[in-house]
Each structure stands twice: as C-alpha cells, then as structure tokens.
Design a protein around this ligand. Structure first.
Ligand code: SF4
Length: 285
C-alpha cells in the first residue's frame, strides 16, 4: 500500500476514486496503460485524507447529484476490507443526500447492501458488475483474484431484491477466448435470471495500449501458449481489437437482450441514472 497526496476527490464529472491501482489481476486491464501513469499498479495507492476532502466537497455542493465510482480502480479492492474508505464514502453520500453508481467485480459490495438501499430511497443507487464470461473456470484464469462470475450474478440478484437498479458491463470480450455464441448467450441468460435492467457493452472487442498490451501478452504466453502470435498478426499496434465474429455476436446480443427486455442503448439508460423520484415522475407523462 502507498499513500497518495491529493487535493480533491470528486472530479468535475462527478466521478471519484479512493484507490489507485488494483490487485484483482485481470489480464486485460486497461488501467495498466502507461498513459494513466498509475505507477506500481498492484501496490495500491490510498488517497490521504480522502474522506475529509470528500466531505468538504459534498458540503460545498448546492445540489445533490449522482456520483460514480469504479472506472479506473475497483472500489472494493481487498484493502477496502480493513480501510473501509468506500464504506465511509457511502455514509457521506447518504448523509448529504447524493446518489451513487458503483462498478465493481467484487462481492465485498454485499457488505454495504443496506447503505445502498438507504441511498436509493433518498436519491438513487445503481450497482453494476463487470462480466466478460459466465464460465467460472475461464474467469479464474483471466480475472484471478476476484469473485467468480457465478458469485457476481448472485450479488446482482441480491441488490435487485432490494429494489436497486442493477446492470452489467460486458467488456472486454477477448478475441479468440470469449468471442463465441455460447459465452454471449450464457451471459445474457444469467443476467436475465439475476434481474439486471441493463447491459452496457462497447462492442465485441478488447483494447490494448502500451503498458496494458505488454502485460496482456505476458499473461497470454503463460495461460494460452501460441495465442499471442494470433493477436500480433490480427491487430499489430491497434488500440481497438475487434473479434472476427463481432457482427454475428453483436446481432445475437441485440436479439437476446431485446427478447429478455434488457436495455442496452446508452440513450435508454438515462432514467436509471436520474434521481428515482424524478425518473418516476417523468415516466408518468
Ligand atoms: S478489476 Fe478493473 S481495475 Fe482491477 S484489474 Fe480488473 S480491470 Fe483492472
């Protein structure tokens, strides 16, 4: 663990991260890219006086808003069990009447279920889990230090039961590893069973940049010998690396989600991120 000196916590776009770096070990992690300058990625940085800074920032705001967390680092890294910074931030969010949208892969979020429920009653809570495969065995290889997908679906079902808006971020879909019909239909099927309202996808692809590419290729050599050469041949130095099956898989994804009534278009997700009372009122007109 390292301590980071920072001047503020909540960014102008309402996103915040209390930690820097992550120990979940996903082989495809974009946050490892050098452009983010995270440093020693697995030596997780903890922002000094994070909750004091956050409280000052919340107290200064005139209007409550929905805050987001989980984009660059998982708010439920194992350190959170002891440090309880995310827990503290949620308590502040409840106290000041803000909303929260959290993205994680960890079942530690269940610890805070009641807090999310209270925030949801006053403003709005949205809980999203990233799922790139439904296959626990494969996930243990490519996302080794975090909850298995089967557990993530249980987590989503538990939040859904409390009336909280839930969704999945289905990204990346790794070419030659996860880009098959069984994987896409398996994810959508389990998503529907756990009651999610939306699935956010960014196409049937992965991304690679300096830093993330090097790490990904090292892990491919270890886990899937020979596959690195297929990647190098297909994508070279490209940033976006689409599956050769992308068209077929995208069509399948759209059909299955539409059949199950799961929202996938960003424009249709707006109500999920509004204050609950406002969204209900708007839907009446
Ligand atoms: S959970 Fe997110 S931030 Fe952490 S290693 Fe995986 S992809 Fe990276």
């Amino acid at each position: 663990m390292r301590i980071l000196e920072v001047k503020s916590i909540i960014q102008p776009n309402n996103n915040f991260n209390l930690y820097r770096g992550c120990t979940h070990g996903c082989i495809y992690c974009d946050s490892r890219s050098f452009c983010y300058d995270v440093g020693d990625f697995e030596n997780v940085g903890v922002k000094k006086d994070a909750l004091i800074l956050m409280e000052n920032e919340l107290a200064r705001r005139r209007h409550p808003a929905l805050l987001t967390t989980g984009s660059m680092s998982d708010p439920y890294v194992p350190l959170e069990k002891d440090l309880k910074l995310t827990l503290g931030a949620l308590k502040l969010i409840r106290q000041y009447g803000f909303g929260i949208s959290t993205l994680t892969k960890s079942d530690l979020i269940l610890r805070d279920l009641d807090l999310y429920h209270e925030i949801d009653k006053r403003y709005r809570a949205v809980v999203s889990l990233t799922v790139t495969t439904w296959d626990d065995k494969l996930a243990k290889q490519i996302e080794p230090n975090v909850a298995l997908p089967s557990r993530r679906f249980e987590v989503l079902a538990a939040f859904k039961q409390k009336g909280i808006t839930t969704g999945i971020w289905m990204t990346p879909i790794l070419p030659f590893i996860e880009d098959n019909e069984a994987n896409i239909s398996g994810i959508v099927e389990r998503a529907a069973q756990s009651g999610v309202q939306f699935i956010i996808g960014f196409g049937m692809n992965t991304t690679m940049r300096p830093g993330s590419r090097d790490y990904f290729y090292q892990q491919l050599d270890r886990l899937f010998p020979g596959l690195r050469h297929r990647y190098e041949k297909a994508y070279g130095e490209k940033y976006i690396c689409p599956s050769p099956n992308q068209k077929k898989l995208q069509e399948l994804f759209e059909k299955l989600t539409s059949d199950k009534g799961i929202v996938t278009k960003q424009s249709d997700m707006k109500p999920f991120y509004q204050k609950k009372a406002d969204a209900i009122q708007l839907s009446l007109f």
